[in-house]
Design a protein around this ligand. Structure first.
Ligand code: PMP
Length: 381
């Protein structure tokens, strides 16, 4: 262990996450540690709760932040709502559906999938057919499939799920704050996200919310959820979402991560959700037009289904994608990434999220790509 002081480089974080953390949010996270059960911390947690309610467009009482990353919230959603032997349905159009499948399978659920090719999404007709065939208790889909760059349409799916007595679970880790989503209006029963994308907070906290319908299912379980740490009855008490007179120690909340999350939610509320959605959409369209004018192709063909936060670009033939990302990192101090899961080797992924979503940053990525395509090795085909 070296005894010199820690040095970390400044870097343009334009991959699919984490994104850059602006000074206001960084400074919030550097404030003194106080107790996780102190009244001031409970006040901060209450601010977080109302910030999440606004961001998710929900009135749900059971709204909180899980101590952990997006995966923790995924497991919190699935482990609490599903009991062993129950049926779960998962839309798979990239890695996040695959992961949800894996998690549900681990707790002994019977899991069925509806699969769409990478770059595409599942239709309401396919969803209804699968709901009526498999009669699941839970249906999962990723609103922003960050591995393929797809923004999944949400309208009408909540109604379909409820018609078949199924809870609707949505992953909004890569989309929330960057694309329109109305939890209550769209009939979403469980919604979660992460702190490190559009919110521009450091990774490590994950907002989540449960509808009344979801709570009824969770709180009438016959056996306890497999995880103590993620047990919603404990978390709801820690976050003051139940009727109990006092909060009981469950785990030591990461207080400084709560400060950053609180501040990031305040920044989003200051700008306003609609303005933020609009800004992400405009910058994405500007960026996409720039890519196409360079002769690059977008991986998602349908314009409406392009995620405004994470863009997938078809890896240009003849180049080694790893050489390009490494060149851009070394020469421009800028992170863009390759594909993930089914899109591995096929695409570059560029994330312009939260404070990073600006035309100036889009220009910076376009210039870096242009430079890389000029300097990196191209095989003769
Ligand atoms: N879902 C989606 C759509 C994501 O983009 C990510 C992060 N890339 C996750 C879930 C998992 O989040 P984390 O890495 O914070 O666990």
């Amino acid at each position: 262990m070296k005894k010199k002081r820690l040095v970390v480089p400044h870097r343009h974080m334009f991959g699919p996450g984490p994104s850059n953390v602006p000074p206001r949010i960084l400074e919030a996270g550097a404030k003194p540690v106080i107790g996780h059960m102190h009244p001031e911390t409970f006040e901060i947690m209450s601010d977080i709760k109302s910030g999440i309610q606004y961001m998710f467009q929900t009135q749900n009482r059971t709204t909180l932040a899980v101590s952990g990353t997006g995966h923790t919230a995924m497991e919190c959603a699935i482990f609490n709502t599903v009991e062993p032997g129950e049926s779960v349905l998962v839309a798979v159009n990239g890695i996040w559906g695959e992961r949800a499948f894996d998690m549900a399978e681990r707790i002994g659920a019977r899991v069925n999938t509806i699969v769409a090719p990478p770059g595409s999404y599942v239709t309401n007709r396919e969803i209804e057919r699968a709901l009526s065939e498999h009669r699941p208790v839970l249906f999962f889909l990723a609103h922003g499939e960050s591995s393929t760059g797809v923004l999944h349409p949400l309208d009408g799916i909540g109604e379909l799920c409820h018609k078949y007595n199924c809870l609707f679970l949505v992953d909004s880790v890569a989309s929330i704050g960057g694309a329109p989503l109305y939890m209550d209006q769209q009939g979403i029963d469980i919604l979660y996200t992460g702190s490190q994308k559009v919110l521009n907070a450091p990774p490590g906290t994950a907002p989540i919310s449960f509808s009344e319908r979801a709570c009824q299912k969770v709180f009438s379980r016959t056996i306890k959820p497999v995880s103590f740490f993620l047990d919603l009855s404990w978390l709801a008490n820690y976050w003051g979402c139940d009727d109990k007179p006092a909060r009981i120690y469950h785990h030591t909340g990461p207080v400084t991560a709560f400060y950053s999350l609180r501040e990031s939610l305040a920044v989003l509320a200051d700008e306003g959700l609609e303005k933020s959605w609009e800004r992400h959409q405009k910058v994405a369209e500007y960026f996409h037009a720039g890519l196409e004018s360079m002769g690059l192709k977008l991986f998602v063909k349908e314009k409406r289904a392009r995620l405004p936060t994470v863009t997938t670009i078809v890896a240009p033939p003849g180049y080694d994608w790893k050489e390009i990302t490494a060149y851009i990192m070394k020469t421009h101090n800028l992170e863009i990434s390759g594909g993930l899961g089914s899109s591995a080797g096929l695409v570059f992924r560029v994330g312009l999220m939260g404070c990073n979503s600006s035309k100036a940053n889009a220009d910076m990525v376009l210039a870096a790509l242009k430079d890389a395509l000029k300097h990196c090795h191209r095989s003769k085909m």
